[in-house]
Design a binder for this molecule. Structure first.
Ligand SMILES: Cc1cc2nc3c(=O)[nH]c(=O)nc-3n(C[C@H](O)[C@H](O)[C@H](O)COP(=O)(O)OP(=O)(O)OC[C@H]3O[C@@H](n4cnc5c(N)ncnc54)[C@H](O)[C@@H]3O)c2cc1C
Length: 391
C-alpha cells in the first residue's frame, strides 16, 4: 500500500520548505520531498538579501508583496528560533544600492520616484542618498572616488539562506511534517481523485500536490500536461575572507554574511543549465565591487560558485493552480528568499482552498495567455556589473 498524504510538496528548497511549514502549522498531513540537488540548487547558492526596493516598476502588486514579506520576516525569524532553535541571521538592517557616477544615481533616483508614484498612498520606503549621506550611514566603509551616493531602503535586509532553509525544514518536521530528503519524484499522475507519485523511495499518494521544485517544476508540470514557463538564469558569487563588522547592511551586489565573509555577486546570464564558471564575469563583478569599495581588493578569495536562478519567463512569480488540475499548485520564482515570509504566511491558505492573497493574485499563469509573453518587462535596477539579462 502506498503512503498517503493530504498534501505532497515536491521541492524542499526555500519555497517548498516555507509552504510546507505553513501547511504543517495548520495541521495538514503533509510531506515535503526533495532530491539531492545538482543543478537546481538556488536556495543553496544565493546571497541572502531580503531585497524589496527598485524592483517591478509597473506592477504595484509585486512591490507590495515584497514589502509584505519584509514586514513579516522578523516574525518568521522568531518563529523558527522558537520552533527549531535556529537563528536564521535575519537583520532588518535596510539596504543600499551604491551608485557609480551622477548619471547612475539620477537614473536610480528617477526609478524610485516612479515607484513611489505608483503606490496608492505615495509612500515608498526608499530615498536617494548623496555621497556624504551615504558615508554618514556607513562610516566604516571607504567608498571609491566614483561613488556618487546610493538608494537606501529601510525594508531591505539580510538573512542566512542555508539557515533559513534548514530552519524552515526543521520547523516543518517539529510541527509534524514528513521530510523525505534524497527523494526524487520521477513520475506524477492522476490517481482517482488525487495523485500518485513514483519516486526513488517508492510510490506515494496525495489529495493535493504542490510543485515547488525550482527548475524541476517545468518537467513535472509537463507530465501533467502544462508547460510552466520557468527557465534557468545563471549567476556567479565570489566569497571573500572575513572582515570585522563594518558593513551593517547589505549593498546590492556586496554583502557581509552572518559569519563575517563577504559575498560579491550580481550577474544575470541566460546560459541554459550550464553551470560553468566564467572568470570574465567573475572579474567584471569584482572590478565593479572594487570601484565601490577599493579596500575589498586586499581580501583573499575563499570560494566562488555559480547558481541557477529559478526564472519565470517574465521574471514575475508564478502562483497558481495548474490548468486542468484543481488540486495541483505551482510556486516558482526568483527572490524566494525575499518572499519566504509571505510564502510561509499566505500560501498555505491558498493550498487549503482560500483565495490567493490579493497582491499575489496577478501572478497567475493566465497572464501568459497573451501569446506566452506574460507581464511587460520586469524593470529592476541591477548593479552596474550585471551582465545582459532578461530584465
Ligand atoms: C547566485 C544567486 C543569488 C541569489 N540571491 C538571492 C538573494 O539575495 N535574495 C533572494 O531573495 N533570492 C536570491 N536568489 C534567488 C533564490 O535563491 C531563489 O529564488 C530560491 O532559492 C528558489 O527557491 P526554490 O525552493 O523555489 O528552488 P530551489 O532552491 O531550486 O529548490 C528546489 C528544490 O527542488 C528539488 N527538486 C527539483 N526537482 C525535483 C524532483 N523531481 N523531485 C524532488 N525534488 C526535486 C531540487 O533538488 C531543489 O532542492 C539568488 C539565486 C542565485 C542563483
Amino acid at each position: 500500500m502506498q503512503t498517503q498524504y493530504e498534501v505532497i510538496v515536491v521541492g524542499g528548497g526555500i519555497t517548498g520548505a516555507a509552504i510546507g511549514y505553513g501547511l504543517a502549522k495548520r495541521g495538514v498531513k503533509v510531506c515535503v520531498m526533495d532530491s539531492v540537488p545538482t543543478h537546481s540548487r538556488a536556495s543553496r547558492a544565493n546571497m541572502g538579501l531580503v531585497w524589496c526596493q527598485s524592483k517591478a516598476l509597473g506592477c504595484p502588486a509585486y512591490v507590495r508583496w515584497g514589502f509584505e514579506s519584509s514586514r513579516l520576516y522578523g516574525a518568521l525569524a522568531s518563529d523558527i528560533m522558537e520552533t527549531a532553535g535556529i537563528d536564521i541571521g535575519y537583520h532588518a538592517s535596510g539596504g543600499v544600492i551604491p551608485c557609480l557616477g551622477e548619471a547612475e544615481l539620477a537614473q536610480r533616483s528617477t526609478m524610485i520616484d516612479k515607484l513611489r508614484a505608483e503606490t496608492a498612498d505615495g509612500i515608498y520606503p526608499a530615498k536617494t542618498l548623496s555621497r556624504s549621506e551615504l558615508q554618514e550611514l556607513l562610516p566604516n566603509v571607504e567608498f571609491g572616488p566614483e561613488v556618487s551616493g546610493g538608494i537606501w531602503c529601510s525594508e531591505d535586509g539580510i538573512a542566512s539562506p542555508l539557515l533559513l532553509m534548514f530552519g524552515l525544514r526543521r520547523s516543518f518536521v517539529r510541527r509534524g511534517g514528513t521530510l523525505l530528503t534524497e527523494c526524487r519524484v520521477r513520475e506524477v499522475r492522476r490517481d482517482g481523485g488525487g495523485y500518485a507519485l513514483t519516486t526513488s523511495l517508492g510510490v506515494f499518494g496525495c489529495e493535493k500536490l504542490v510543485l515547488a521544485a525550482g527548475l524541476g517544476t517545468r518537467a513535472l508540470g509537463l507530465q501533467l500536461g502544462a508547460d510552466i514557463p520557468v527557465y534557468p538564469n545563471r549567476s556567479q558569487v565570489l566569497l571573500l575572507e572575513r572582515i570585522p563588522d563594518i558593513l551593517p547592511m547589505p549593498l546590492l551586489g556586496i554583502a557581509r554574511t552572518k559569519g563575517g565573509t563577504v559575498m560579491i555577486g550580481a550577474a544575470h546570464e541566460n546560459a541554459g543549465m550550464d553551470m560553468t564558471l566564467r572568470p570574465e564575469i567573475m572579474s567584471q563583478n569584482a572590478a565593479w565591487a572594487m570601484r565601490v569599495w577599493p579596500k575589498l581588493a586586499s581580501l583573499r578569495v575563499i570560494r566562488f560558485w555559480t547558481g541557477l536562478r529559478v526564472w519565470p519567463k517574465d521574471a514575475y512569480p508564478i502562483y497558481d493552480r495548474l490548468p486542468g488540475h484543481d488540486n495541483v499548485y505551482v510556486f516558482a520564482m526568483h527572490s524566494a528568499l525575499t518572499l519566504a515570509a509571505a510564502l510561509e504566511r499566505h500560501m498555505p491558505g491558498f493550498v487549503c482552498g482560500e483565495p490567493l492573497h490579493p497582491d499575489a493574485e496577478p501572478m497567475k499563469l493566465s497572464r501568459f495567455d497573451n501569446g506566452g509573453k506574460g507581464f511587460a518587462g520586469f524593470a529592476a535596477c541591477a548593479p552596474q556589473s550585471s551582465s545582459k539579462a532578461e530584465r
